[in-house]
Write a protein that binds this ligand. Structure first.
Ligand code: HEC
Ligand code: HEC
Ligand code: HEC
Ligand code: HEC
Ligand code: HEC
Ligand code: HEC
Length: 426
């Protein structure tokens, strides 16, 4: 009989462990594989006409796919919308007419699984986009991007609670079975298993806390929950140490990107010239502002801050350099010195848009840090982004070097770009 209980105990422990780990691994792997595959398909086939958060030629896919929950219909639509329209499907006709019968490409080459992945990606991406501004205002966060998602942690807790209940129930069943078996054999019932009436009465007299403390399973359960809660809190906190997503300092002049880069559509390059040419994007000197503000809004106290900083007198239109005191813009993005980041490599060579890293700056009244700027963030993008090597002098030189190596010719550091000024000076 003891063997029976022992086996059961080992069995329940394994159930707990396996359930926990399986759920953890499953939820991680499942969520990532899906969205990553969907993202690749979305980028190669859909971006010509769709954005996640904005209407382009077709509807904004984030809200569209979140509102429309009939996945079977969506799969049919994405694979062959023409067939649905020909069959006079009411939903299909409605959206077709809403977009003035613009007509979407047919994607019969996509499997059901492919389409499901795209849908999963669009919904997940929309969810993160929607949550972004909240993060920005709250100054900290990014747990979703840097640590395990809270869903995983709560899922794990739920699995453990369920496993625990199952074990409790099974334990009862085993105890009853044991007693029945013993009874059948005519053996005296173990006192440990079933307390006598006296013991029960005594226990009732003791106060609640003592009883709880006596209940080893409950104590064990509370300890497990406590450890999990503390552990996940510590885990998320550690991951977010030194992550400043959402950092939005108040700047000395109320300069608005929403107005200048958004409404007025001034190109980022006009002010941040360096981003295309060098390591630093650089903050424009106030002389750049003066190109316009010598005549625009000359009465505004905010613009007078520019004048004061330059020692400019709007009445005489003269500069007095002795009165100048530079504006101290507060830096928003700041990598530690141990990491080297070069703008021109990403913007010019890699062809990456400013917004990919800095978010929708053209809608920001005040700039905030949009991306976490963690090492994980850099690495993930490097793993996912396909490099376009065509018509790029740098890659041409690398390919030329490969050819030379294949032919057994001499390759010098110069061939690999070792005499370019920027390699040694920055
Ligand atoms: C050539 C442009 C084009 C491409 C490429 C394209 N779409 Fe569309 N899509 C549209 C248009 C236009 C509509 C609006 C309906 C219409 O006019 O047919 C639309 C509508 C949709 C809808 C809404 C259907 C509904 O009833 O809610 C979904 C979902 C969708 N597209 C998904 C995708 C996906 C996923 C891809 C990539 C695999 C894709 N589209 C590629 C143009 C396009
Ligand atoms: C008219 C000039 C001007 C234009 C155009 C402009 N910026 Fe700026 N930008 C500034 C100034 C001035 C600052 C410093 C003050 C601040 O942070 O708001 C700044 C700050 C920034 C910062 C934060 C820098 C830091 O401290 O880390 C980012 C990121 C940025 N700009 C991106 C952009 C992008 C992207 C565009 C194009 C969509 C753009 N800017 C267009 C003038 C400009
Ligand atoms: C291409 C021209 C142009 C440049 C360059 C420019 N601005 Fe402006 N800015 C404007 C215009 C036009 C307005 C006024 C919009 C309006 O009518 O409200 C404005 C408005 C402003 C305002 C709001 C003033 C107020 O009281 O409403 C501030 C502050 C400002 N700019 C700061 C700057 C700074 C700082 C720079 C340099 C980094 C700069 N601007 C560069 C054209 C420019
Ligand atoms: C691949 C991601 C990425 C892209 C694309 C990118 N930036 Fe940045 N940006 C960064 C990082 C990372 C920093 C922080 C750099 C540091 O602290 O050394 C930064 C810093 C800045 C700053 C602060 C001043 C400086 O040079 O450090 C400005 C302004 C800026 N970026 C503007 C832009 C503009 C404008 C564009 C588009 C032309 C752009 N960035 C494109 C990642 C990016
Ligand atoms: C949005 C995607 C993206 C992000 C985010 C990003 N990078 Fe990159 N990075 C690229 C791409 C694409 C290239 C290749 C550009 C090329 O040479 O064609 C690259 C190239 C580089 C290179 C040159 C590699 C080489 O072999 O010469 C360095 C260094 C680099 N990145 C550093 C960083 C750092 C540091 C960060 C984080 C602060 C970062 N990157 C974030 C996309 C990204
Ligand atoms: C292989 C690395 C390398 C390359 C490539 C390189 N430099 Fe230099 N450069 C150096 C070193 C090291 C020094 C410092 C030498 C010293 O202090 O005596 C230097 C010094 C200089 C100086 C003098 C700075 C001073 O303050 O005295 C200038 C100017 C300069 N380089 C310009 C360039 C230009 C322009 C290019 C591209 C055509 C270039 N370098 C390419 C390594 C390099």
């Amino acid at each position: 009989m003891r063997n029976f209980s022992l086996i059961f105990k080992q069995f329940s422990r394994s159930v707990l462990l396996i359930a926990g780990f399986a759920f953890w691994g499953f939820s991680n792997a499942y969520a990532q594989a899906d969205a990553a595959k969907g993202e690749a398909i979305f980028k190669s086939k859909c971006t010509a006409c769709h954005k996640i958060d904005q209407q382009l030629i077709g509807p904004a896919l984030g809200p569209q796919l979140t509102e429309e929950t009939d996945d079977k219909y969506l799969i049919k639509w994405i694979q062959n919308n023409q067939a649905l329209i020909a069959a006079k499907n009411p939903k299909a006709l409605a959206i077709y007419n809403k977009f003035n019968q613009a007509g979407m490409t047919v994607f019969t080459e996509l499997s059901d699984a492919d389409v499901t992945n795209v849908i999963a990606y669009a919904r997940a991406e929309w969810k993160t986009i929607k949550e972004k501004p909240v993060v920005a205002a709250g100054a900290t966060g990014a747990a979703a991007e840097t640590g395990p998602s809270s869903m995983v942690i709560w899922g794990l807790v739920a699995v453990i609670i369920i496993a625990f209940i199952v074990i409790l129930v099974l334990n009862r069943v085993v105890a009853t079975l044991e007693r029945l078996l013993l009874k059948g054999k005519g053996v005296v019932i173990d006192e440990e298993v079933e307390p006598t009436a006296e013991e029960v009465a005594e226990a009732k007299k003791k106060d609640l806390i003592k009883r709880i403390l006596k209940n080893k399973k409950l104590v064990f359960f509370i300890i497990i929950c406590g450890t999990l809660a503390m552990g996940s809190w510590g885990w998320v906190t550690l991951w977010n140490t030194n992550v400043h997503t959402g950092y939005q300092p108040v700047q000395p002049i109320k300069y608005s990107h929403e107005l200048h880069a958004g409404t007025m559509k001034i190109d980022c390059q006009y002010c941040h010239t360096g981003a295309y040419k060098s390591k630093n994007a650089s903050i424009p000197s106030l002389n750049v502002c003066m190109n316009c503000h010598k005549v625009v809004k000359t009465e505004s106290p905010e613009i007078h801050k520019i004048y004061d900083a330059l020692g400019y007198d709007p009445k005489t239109q003269k500069y007095d350099s002795t009165a100048a005191k530079p504006i101290q813009w507060i830096r928003v993005h700041n990598l530690p010195d141990l990491a080297y980041f070069n703008h021109s490599q990403h913007v010019k060579v890699g062809g990456i848009k400013c917004q990919t890293c800095h978010g929708p700056v053209q809608t920001m009244k005040e700039v905030y840090q949009y991306s976490p700027l963690t090492m994980k963030w850099c690495i993930q993008c490097h793993k996912r982004t396909e490099v376009n090597g065509k018509g790029n002098a740098y890659y041409d030189s690398i390919l030329a070097a490969h050819d030379k190596i294949k032919k057994g010719e001499k390759v010098t550091a110069a061939v690999l770009g070792g005499i370019e000024c920027g390699k040694c000076h920055y």
